[in-house]
Design a protein around this ligand. Structure first.
Ligand SMILES: Nc1ncnc2c1ncn2[C@@H]1O[C@H](COP(=O)(O)OP(=O)(O)OP(=O)(O)O)[C@@H](O)[C@H]1O
Length: 239
């Protein structure tokens, strides 16, 4: 079995618009596991993962992927170090084909690595292989989210951070995307999932974390959180 890899965040602080929105957040996520990050609107989930992916600057703390420090690195360097972000809102380049959208994410790979990456992405999402020549702007919301996830897969990441899997998507599509995350975890990828529907996230996740007003208020097994719904209710009511 492959060695366990981990992303470790220590004492993270983030400011937005001059205001501290993330306070002293520490956690670790492991390869081969799905970790759900839950909390009410505005609790700080997106700010946390955007800081982890290098998209937002940090005001304090440090982050590493195994022995590699991610603190202060650009989003591109963090992606190359092995942490891929699937951003909220199914962003694609509408005027490019589906295949070119996926390949854009692997621009720095060798031709053979790009081909292998494409094959991997099409194995996970055969519906994209059928539409590879289509313009991305013609895709449904669910298919766009698949492209965004395929862009993460092609980079062969150790870790994938998914910001809002189900946003605006039909339940059948969400089920399909959830299966892809399970496959990713079975293949040894560590997944950090932000999801507004706590039940969906807890069904998928091994490990769960709950944020409340910029702080981490739960970090443990998802089964424990399911057995103690008052923890989640408290967090959702507090914000
Ligand atoms: N662009 C911004 N400028 C200033 N403050 C922001 C900005 N975006 C978010 N915030 C503030 O940062 C805090 C954390 O928001 P964040 O979006 O990280 O929470 P969240 O848990 O991801 O919520 P949501 O599910 O609504 O995205 C909130 O107080 C929010 O008002």
């Amino acid at each position: 079995m492959a060695a366990i890899s981990s992303v470790v965040v220590k004492n993270l602080a983030v400011e937005r618009g001059g205001k501290r929105v993330i306070h002293d957040v520490s956690f670790a996520i492991k390869s081969g596991e799905i970790t759900a990050l839950l909390g009410a609107n505005g609790a700080g989930k997106s700010s946390t993962v955007m800081a982890l992916a290098g998209v937002l600057p940090i005001a304090g703390g440090r982050m590493r992927l195994d022995a590699t420090s991610l603190t202060g690195l650009s989003p591109d360097r963090i992606r190359r170090a092995g942490l891929a972000l699937v951003p909220e809102g199914h962003r694609v380049l509408g005027q490019l084909s589906v295949e070119d959208n996926i390949l854009v994410a692997a621009f720095d790979g060798s031709p053979s690595a790009r081909r292998e990456g494409l094959e991997r992405a099409y194995e996970i999402f055969p519906e994209l292989a059928q539409r590879k020549r289509q313009l991305a702007s013609d895709l449904s919301g669910g298919q766009k989210q698949m492209v965004a996830m395929a862009q993460a897969f092609i980079a062969k990441p150790g870790f994938m951070v998914v910001d809002e899997l189900s946003l605006g998507l039909a339940p059948a599509v969400v089920k399909r995307l959830a299966e892809a995350l399970k496959i990713a975890a079975q293949n040894g990828i560590g997944v950090l999932l932000i999801e507004q529907f706590a039940n969906l996230a807890l069904d998928l996740a091994d490990h769960a974390m709950v944020m409340e007003r910029g702080r981490l208020v739960y970090d443990g097994a998802s089964t424990t959180l399911r057995a103690n719904p008052e923890i989640l209710h408290g967090a959702y009511l507090a914000s």
